[in-house]
Design a protein around this ligand. Structure first.
Ligand SMILES: [Zn+2]
Length: 258
């Protein structure tokens, strides 16, 4: 009985080791296969497309949904009224729609890394230093190590690093994705919160006196951001804010496919 348990454990460990080798090999192949050659720089493409970040007043400050300014109050908008998100406010560059959505796809799936710093620097211009004495830090939403290996990088970290550098704030990767999760895009909206439940862990830190800017590429249902923000609050963060490149509009038919 005892031996069989030991052998089983060894089998699992070997299997996990091979799994990692396969992922590393796949990651190297993916780097070669998916790399895109040098093309116009992001700011050049954005200028050519006539694109610029929307005004801050185009979205609800609390949930990030596209909303006419007159429909947004100090309590939020009709979407988020009565909800208690674990963050204070959300900053975005625009809705998840072309061409911004296409550039996010380039960043995530075509190794066009430059879109990360581009977005981070633009987001940094929409954020001010806290006026109440809290010390700002920047924390990216993490990927599970396996997905990070497959992709070769964490797109949220690229955005966060540029934002932190631009503002002169500390980049603090405090969160870890301890459980691999199904891609949120593969799940119906109703299953997404359960999918990320317990998927994250946070470092043993005291965030008292700190304002944490939590960074991700896209907010859809907000399930991932809620899980991460709750952990930051559990570490006594004075305030948690969100900055994302884009927010998906729940009224959009393509919402579930993002
Ligand atoms: Zn709202």
């Amino acid at each position: 009985m005892g031996w069989s348990i030991v052998l089983d454990m060894k089998g699992a460990a070997v299997s996990q080791w091979w799994d990692r080798v396969r992922v590393i090999t796949r990651s190297a192949a993916a780097l070669a296969a998916e790399a895109v050659g040098p093309g116009p720089l992001p700011h050049e493409q954005a200028a050519a497309a006539g694109w610029s970040p929307e005004p801050l007043s185009a979205a609800c400050w609390r949930c990030g949904a596209s909303m006419a300014a007159e429909a947004v109050t100090l309590q939020g908008c009709p979407y988020c009224l009565g909800t208690q998100p674990p963050w204070m406010r959300i900053i975005r560059l625009g809705p998840y729609a072309a061409p911004l959505s296409q550039w996010i796809q380039y960043l995530k799936f075509h190794r066009a890394w430059a879109w990360g710093p581009w977005a981070g620097e633009l987001l940094a211009t929409r954020i001010a230093d806290p006026v109440d004495g809290l010390k700002p830090v920047v924390c990216p939403v993490p990927l599970h190590w396996r997905r990070r290996w497959l992709r070769g990088f964490n797109q949220a970290e690229l955005v966060a690093r540029a934002l932190a550098r631009q503002r002169g704030w500390a980049l603090c990767p405090l969160l870890e994705r301890v459980r691999p999760t199904e891609a949120q895009t593969s799940l119906p909206l109703s299953a997404r919160q359960a999918n990320v439940s317990g998927a994250f862990a946070i470092a043993e830190v005291d965030l008292g006196g700190h304002e944490v800017w939590l960074i991700d590429d896209v907010k859809t249902t907000g399930a991932t951001l809620r899980s991460c923000a709750r952990l930051l609050r559990q570490r006594s963060a004075g305030r948690v804010n969100i900055a994302v490149i884009a927010v998906a509009d729940p009224r959009n038919q393509a919402f579930e496919a993002i």
